[in-house]
Unconditional design. Structure first.
Length: 251
């Protein structure tokens, strides 16, 4: 089997997942976009969080050309990305009870805000506690997860629940347990994860929906432009000045 054939199989798998999410999650994407628009219109702030590789789709919507300027990354040191050494520390921290509460207690999150929590499995203590704590603060929570984990795995946190159980809106990425789309007789483990492709597309679909929802209400969406096009810096300076009290990645 050639590498080209495997690459085609991966693209086919990813496209199939994207089509499923587009068709089956349309209502939830709409609801999530409306939640973001509600917060923007009501003076609230927008945050996104993900641990490990789930942080990549969160980072993709922060300070993003073509994206909402108000999206902020909620950072928990040691778990956002794989730049910490050893990288396995991030996985261990996801299972630590109380870390989410400590992180939120020292964050700018407040009632009226929206927090998007991305966790493929949704079974570890960090995303579950973060969702419950945020909602207790009066924050609306959007969960981006694979619901399959809730039926095929056991929770790995003291509450015995999953992220999906503590959200105002749940977006199901449809990713199979294990996050590997391809198998081969000569390869002992499944390979080719698609969760980042699908989850990033989900996030961008929600951002687009929010922008359209704001426009429908007669509110100019606070969008950023590329700094590599003429006038981009001037545009972004205007948006950031107008919404500076709700943008935390500049502080």
């Amino acid at each position: 089997m050639s590498d080209r054939k495997l690459s085609g199989q991966f693209f086919d798998a990813a496209i199939g997942l994207l089509q499923r999410v587009r068709d089956e999650e349309a209502g939830n994407i709409e609801a999530a976009g409306e939640l973001l628009a509600d917060a923007v219109a009501g003076g609230g702030r927008l945050f996104a969080f993900g641990a490990g590789h789930s942080s990549l789709p969160a980072q993709d919507v922060v300070y993003r050309a073509g994206g909402l300027a108000l999206m902020n990354l909620l950072v928990v040191p040691g778990v956002v990305g794989v730049d910490v050494v050893p990288a396995t520390l991030g996985s261990a921290l996801e299972r630590v009870d109380g870390l989410a509460s400590a992180a939120l207690d020292t964050s700018p999150l407040r009632a009226g805000d929206v927090l998007v929590i991305i966790s493929l499995s949704g079974r570890n203590a960090l995303p579950v506690e973060m969702a419950t704590k945020a909602r207790a603060l009066g924050v609306k929570v959007i969960g981006v997860t694979s619901v399959a984990y809730a039926t095929e795995t056991k929770p790995r946190n003291a509450s015995g629940t999953f992220l999906k159980d503590h959200c105002d809106v749940v977006l199901d990425s449809k990713i199979a347990v294990g996050d590997a789309e391809l198998t081969l007789d000569t390869v002992p483990a499944p390979f080719a994860p698609a969760s980042t492709v699908v989850t990033s597309a989900l996030m961008q679909a929600v951002m687009a929906t929010a922008a359209g929802a704001l426009a429908d209400r007669g509110i100019e969406p606070p969008l950023l432009r590329s700094g590599n096009v003429d006038g981009g810096h001037e545009w972004n300076s205007r948006v950031m000045a107008e919404y500076g009290d709700r943008i935390f990645y500049r502080h």
